[in-house]
Each structure stands twice: as C-alpha cells, then as structure tokens.
Design a protein around this ligand. Structure first.
Ligand code: ZN
Length: 58
C-alpha cells in the first residue's frame, strides 16, 4: 500500500503522477517536481493543503 499524487487532481494541466510508500517521500517528490516543472521554488501553504487533500491511497 502506497501513496499517489497526480498534478491534474489539483487542476494543473500536467501529466505528472508521483508514487511513494509514504506521504513524506511523496511530498519530497512533489516539491522537486514543482520546482523543475512549475517554477515553484517552494510550495506555499495553500498549495500544500490542496496537495495533501489530493493524495490518494493505492
Ligand atoms: Zn506537474
């Protein structure tokens, strides 16, 4: 059982999907992706709330 996050689930026009075994590992991948693909030097609090709400079990 792991965790999954897709950019499109928070309304981004982006095909990125992250998979990890736990939420911390997933958030690390998302932060890296946000920086390189979406020019977010850091994820702001509002976006982080949306991201966390959009994380799914898989
Ligand atoms: Zn993305």
């Amino acid at each position: 059982m792991g965790k999954k996050f897709a950019c499109k689930s928070i309304g981004l026009q982006c095909g990125f999907v992250a998979h990890a075994s736990d939420e911390n590992a997933l958030l690390t991948q998302i932060a890296q992706h946000a920086k390189t693909a979406h020019n977010m030097s850091s994820i702001d609090q509002e976006t982080l709330m949306k991201v966390k709400a959009a994380i799914e079990e898989e």
